[in-house]
Write a new protein. Structure first.
Length: 160
């Protein structure tokens, strides 16, 4: 079955830019944004989704990250060559968009142990043999049991 995944990540609906999930080449259409990429955009970099006039603020996370140092067209790479810092009034009302956590019902569980002090842990973990040897040397023999795994260069370390 074929699935479609977006080539970019939009962090907030009010943002002027989206983030490239992979390298984007000129002519690529960003379907979700209805924008065509102009030029090369490296992974993790910003792409303008609307026209940004020179001097206008550029928003990411719905926060001003800089000001356009020249006119920026939709689909253009937004970086140091067309983004500058400037002064502006800052609103330090952080957390105003916070929402209460919606917990799952019933609560999630896992196969693990509860220690005497209330902390929890898993009963085993896979790791490289070298890590398992270091852990077993650092702990007393009653703390760890190291078993070689049939998998390449791994062992299983069990906490008792």
């Amino acid at each position: 079955m074929l699935t479609r995944s977006s080539l970019t990540i939009r962090l907030h609906p009010n943002d002027d830019v989206v983030i490239a999930r992979g390298q984007l080449v000129g002519g690529t259409t960003l379907i979700d944004e209805k924008v065509t990429v102009a030029g090369l955009v490296p992974p993790g970099h910003k792409v303008a989704t609307r026209t940004i006039a020179k001097g206008q603020p550029v928003k990411r996370y719905n926060q001003i990250i800089g000001f356009a140092s020249r006119d920026i067209a939709p689909g253009e790479h937004v970086h140091l060559h067309n983004l500058a810092m400037g002064t502006f009034d800052r609103d330090y009302a952080f957390g105003i968009d916070a929402r209460p956590t919606e917990f799952v019902t019933p609560p999630a569980t896992f196969m693990g142990i509860v220690r005497d002090d209330g902390r929890v842990a898993t009963t085993s973990a896979s790791c490289r043999r070298s890590t398992a040897r270091r852990r077993s040397r650092a702990a007393s023999p009653s703390t760890f049991a190291v078993r070689r795994s049939p998998h390449f260069r791994t062992s299983t370390v069990s906490w008792r």
